[in-house]
Design a protein around this ligand. Structure first.
Ligand code: COA
Length: 384
């Protein structure tokens, strides 16, 4: 009997069993963190449209909003920044663990290991009071970029650059990765990408963090599980695949034929489609605008030319629209990041949304335990 065996005598009982493959259309719980409205192509974080947050706020302000429900005033922001900056260093042991990871391992596996290490180091691991969980969330927010940047440099055989506590989160990340802060247009585009990636309701990784939290496990374990879910190319890993695809195409003149061939071969084209949005992803216009700024600043127009052609052909032929990973991929590439660091950057942003959901789940918890419909071998006895 193979693993794929399905009992040939299985007869579904439609009145009794209604399997929701992929949980499509299932409303699992309430949330006050964000709302994705597919009909109006809109996304709000705690009531604020994401486009407005991207244009008017910093990522730190959005992180505060995620954790606390409201945007900070000046004093609250200053206190929050002070705390976040005070947490940026990582322990010698954690750094050493990252240094010793196989050079060929994927950076998502490194950051998953790094967050797991943070959990091992935190003596308050079983203290899940709202106050402690919030502090742990800010601890992760501050240390995840340091761990990603350390891994980036170790993989290139370079020395670790310690965090600079006078810089914003976006500036500091460039400083730790490359030893310098780029021009302000690049920093702004990166900050915008973090805001757009921060939160998106019950997506696969957030759902994962809520499932883990529902067992009364800890915030680090939930985040590690979220990172595992985000790594997959159907979720966060798509931003890396988009850039691999654009590099494979290489020349804007080849983009139309490439897409037509992909559609004829019924290939999944990364960076397109979405479970919830069917008429376009609310975050794409803002990220596309900043990807174009990256092309203007770096003189790499060809990626946006390939972008335009792929988008046009896909929308014309299939009415399937780009998702956020489509502009984010080339934008990160033009900022100078190695492709396999695109999804870890997504982690750096999404840790805010995950933590907000983890705290929300913990505050009003019921263990998440769905049912399944058995289609395997009928009951039998061991014959010996
Ligand atoms: N390329 C080609 N065809 C696609 C597609 C894509 N990126 N996304 C969806 N489709 C097709 C499906 O194959 C399906 O066709 P069919 O009806 O002939 O079988 C149809 O569009 C409807 O797909 P849908 O049910 O809406 O997809 P889903 O909800 O099961 O999956 C995604 C959603 C995001 C996983 C899917 O669109 C995908 O794999 N996209 C590429 C990966 C990606 O960019 N992920 C990041 C998401 S933010």
């Amino acid at each position: 009997m193979s693993q794929e065996y399905i009992n040939p005598d299985y007869v579904p009982e439609p009145d009794k069993v209604n399997v929701k493959k992929g949980l499509e259309g299932v409303v699992l719980d309430t949330t006050a963190v964000s709302k994705v409205n597919a009909d109006t192509n809109s996304l709000i974080y705690r009531g604020y449209p994401v486009q407005e947050l991207a244009e008017k706020c910093s990522f730190e302000e959005v992180a505060y909003l995620m954790y606390n429900g409201d945007l900070p005033n000046k004093t609250q922001l200053a206190d929050f920044q002070k705390l976040e900056r005070s947490y940026r260093d990582i322990s010698k042991e954690n750094l050493e663990t990252l240094r010793r990871l196989p050079k060929k391992s994927h950076p998502m596996d490194s950051i998953r290991t790094g967050v797991s290490f943070l959990g091992c180091e935190d003596e308050r691991i079983w203290d899940a009071t709202p106050k402690t969980n919030l502090d742990k969330a800010i601890r992760m927010l501050a240390k995840i970029p340091t761990m990603i940047a350390a891994d980036l440099r170790f993989k290139k055989g370079q020395d670790f650059i310690p965090p600079n506590k006078d810089l914003s989160m976006a500036e500091n990340f460039f400083h730790m990765c490359f030893g310098k802060v780029p021009q302000k247009e690049i920093v702004k585009a990166f900050d915008v990408s973090l805001i757009l990636y921060a939160e998106h309701s019950f997506n696969a990784s957030t759902f994962t963090t809520r499932v883990v939290t529902s067992t009364e496990s800890d915030i680090y374990s939930a985040t590690v599980a979220g990172i595992g879910a985000l790594k997959g190319p159907l979720h966060g890993g798509a931003n890396e695949q988009v850039m691999h695809m654009m590099m494979e195409i290489g020349d804007p003149a080849k983009a139309e034929k490439w897409m037509l061939d992909a559609l004829a071969a019924k290939r999944k084209v990364m960076g397109f489609g979405h479970r919830v949005y069917k008429k376009g992803d609310s975050r794409v216009p803002t990220m596309k605008k900043y990807a174009q700024v990256m092309a203007d600043v770096t003189g790499q127009q060809k990626w946006m030319q390939i972008y335009e052609t792929l988008e046009k052909v896909m929308v014309d032929k299939k009415k399937i629209y780009p998702n956020l990973d489509f502009p984010a991929g080339p934008a990160y590439y033009m900022m100078g990041f190695e492709i396999d660091f695109f999804t870890p950057i997504f982690v750096m942003a999404r840790t805010t949304g995950w933590s907000a959901h983890i705290m929300e789940q913990a505050a009003n918890n019921r263990i998440i335990r769905p049912l399944s419909e058995y289609v395997g071998a009928p009951q039998r006895s061991i014959e010996r």
